[in-house]
Design a protein around this ligand. Sequence first.
Ligand SMILES: Nc1ncnc2c1ncn2[C@@H]1O[C@H](COP(=O)(O)OP(=O)(O)OP(=O)(O)O)[C@@H](O)[C@H]1O
Ligand SMILES: [Mg+2]
Length: 304
Amino acid sequence: MEAISVEELTKKFGRVYALRGATFHVERGSVTALLGPNGAGKTTTIKVLLGLLRPNSGRVRVLGMDPWREEVEVRRSIGVLHERPVYPGGFRVRDLLEYVARIRGLNADSVDRALRLTGLGNHGDARVSSLSRGYLQRLGIAAAIVGDPEVLLLDEPTANLDPAARMEILDLVSLLSRELDVTVLVSSHIIPELERICDHAILISEGRVVEQGNLRELAERYRSSVILEVKVDEPRGLASRLMSMDGVIGVEILEGGLFLKVKSDRIREVEEDLMSSGLSVTFRTSSLQDIYTNVVARDANISG
Ligand SMILES: Nc1ncnc2c1ncn2[C@@H]1O[C@H](COP(=O)(O)OP(=O)(O)OP(=O)(O)O)[C@@H](O)[C@H]1O
Ligand SMILES: [Mg+2]
């Protein structure tokens, strides 16, 4: 089931093409990364999905609706974090969220939940102007989830944050996707950044979608290394055996299990070995950098 479907979307600004026939789909309940370099068309895509920009041509559906024609209905179902959000600094955090709730016709209950989920529970009385960038980004995400949207659009939620704050925001997005019954489309120009939290990816370049799909399929198609999670009571003993296994390029011990980094051409063998030992193995993620590099290399071969 698709939450978002975009076919042959073209958007021009004057003579500049921001999108040139982009086609992609976002599955309901997924966390989908929208990845591409600066100027690729990520923000334009998000604005079209919100009904803020009118496409020149193409078919766009969000939850079955046309965002340009049914903007009010679509906006009611979408929470958004814009690329460069601006907040009135004089407001207190809670007051700002209550204001957001009011204009969406909601009561204050949804504000409490948004504060709690985003880790702002103790900052409700803080002035917006006193928040660090990381906490401002949390506030933006809190505002996006007020009203329990079905779709969350996050445009570079980690932009301008230090590494620790980036991790916190990514963990928050991951938490929200688990806690709320929501579809997340999150953009970044830092390719590997989202691999920890997303299960699907859309790669966009110069206004075209150059690849998309779920990470497991993409890993197989582009021979990217992957991370597998293995559940086991005594991870240390298993770790030393796995270190010497052909194709295993990294082991990280966790409580009650471990993460294995496995070369693309050995994934099946390693999985079969573990499963035949009665262990439970789950695909965690693939290297988005590997996939991206291989997609770019493929496109260079086609055009060259
Ligand atoms: N309002 C506008 N007027 C003119 N050109 C625009 C406008 N908005 C975007 N563009 C152009 O469209 C192209 C795509 O821009 P967009 O902002 O969608 O890219 P992006 O992938 O979000 O990039 P970034 O990673 O820098 O945020 C760029 O060439 C940009 O200069
Ligand atoms: Mg952008």
